[in-house]
Design a protein around this ligand. Structure first.
Ligand code: NAD
Ligand code: UDP
Length: 308
């Protein structure tokens, strides 16, 4: 197949492009390089089945493709809050452009949605049926509401125009090729520990997240796109749940060194807890994350060791 990946030079996108090429597909990657970088896809550029196009998904695009994966959107809070209006435009207009193209060329189209659609959840763990608890006017809203609106667009194009959609809600995912200045917690802690700096826990560190290793997630993407039983929304993530204090301590144990833990103010609307209910993914995709946190952290630390 010929497959378009938006945001293909980012962390997840570059792993997805690599995996699709391994499966024998042609891949067109479009990215404006806001948080992505060419070095993430450098090793793919010599492959004749791979093309990189520097383009912003806010502006329309046309490609003859069989499938579209829409990943373009900054994902780290400091980056999506840097230009919040641009963030919401990217989610909304990027989705409209992907859906319009999918409608025209009859491509199956995938949306990288997020566990942030559940906001600061009052139901725990979060099943797909939960509608969420999102502040519509806060600092995280440009991302959360942008992604919620994108989901609405996907389902309206599906109902109104029979566009063949797949919507996945991704829970915190980490691994090699995260940017060292990404700002998300796993890369922050690893980079800080490797540099011998203090690890910055925001708040008291009792808030929880569930961390999925990138290879597991990409495997879930491909299985989800290949099946025809459900269009989603489908949770993908690792149900292992950790406090930020536990993550900091584990990172320190694995990296070694003399870093200490320090506390910084908790950002506004920071969700207290998050863990995916992956019953649906288990049933339909026969999918289960295989890489435990400690193992995934070791692989990610090995990646960062050469770079920071
Ligand atoms: P990332 O920031 O590394 O990748 C995002 C990519 O999109 C970057 O390459 C960036 O340059 C590109 N991009 C941003 N705005 C663009 C625009 N207007 N036009 C074209 N390209 C643009 O982040 P990631 O972790 O790889 O996230 C990829 C997708 O997965 C995002 O849509 C994100 O919301 C979603 N997601 C990720 C996670 C996670 O834990 N990694 C969790 C939930 C959802
Ligand atoms: N966090 C932290 N220290 C950091 C970065 C993040 O304690 O250096 C916390 C953050 O406040 C949140 C959790 O770690 O409670 C996960 O943050 P991240 O930005 O990785 O993802 P998200 O909040 O979007 O799930």
């Amino acid at each position: 197949m010929r497959i378009l990946v938006t945001g293909g030079a980012g962390f997840l996108g570059s792993h997805l492009c690599e995996r699709l090429l391994k499966e024998g597909h042609e891949v067109i990657c479009i990215d404006n390089l806001f948080t992505g970088r060419k070095s993430n896809i450098e090793h793919l550029l010599s492959n004749t089945r791979f093309e990189f196009v520097r383009h912003d998904v806010i502006d329309s695009f046309k490609f003859e493709v069989d499938q579209i994966y829409n990943l373009a959107c900054p994902a780290s809070p400091p980056h999506y809050q840097y230009n919040p209006i641009k963030t919401i435009k990217t989610s909304v207009m990027g989705s409209i452009n992907c859906l319009g193209l999918a409608k025209r060329v009859k491509a199956r189209v995938f949306q990288a949605s997020t566990s942030e659609v559940y906001g600061d959840p009052q139901v725990h763990p979060q099943p797909e049926s939960y509608w969420g608890n999102v502040n519509p006017i806060g600092r995280r809203s440009c991302y959360d509401e942008g992604k919620r609106c994108a989901e609405t667009l996907f389902f309206d194009y599906h109902r109104e125009n029979r566009v063949d959609i797949r919507v996945v809600r991704i829970f915190n995912t980490y691994g090699p090729r995260m940017h060292e200045a990404d700002g998300r917690v796993v890369s922050n802690f690893i980079v800080q520990a490797l540099r011998g700096e203090d690890l910055t826990i925001y708040g008291d560190g009792t808030q929880t997240r569930s961390f999925c290793y990138v290879d597991d997630l990409i495997d879930g993407f491909l299985r989800f796109m290949a099946q025809t039983e459900t269009v989603g929304p489908l949770n993908l993530g690792n149900p292992g749940e950790f406090t930020m204090r536990q993550l900091a301590e584990l990172t320190l144990k694995l990296v070694g060194g003399k870093s200490k833990i320090v506390h910084k103010p908790l950002p506004a609307d920071d969700p207290r807890q998050r863990r995916p209910d992956i019953t649906l993914a288990r049933q339909i995709l026969k999918w289960e994350p295989a890489v435990p946190l400690e193992e995934g952290l070791k692989r990610t630390i090995a990646y960062f060791r050469g770079r920071v």
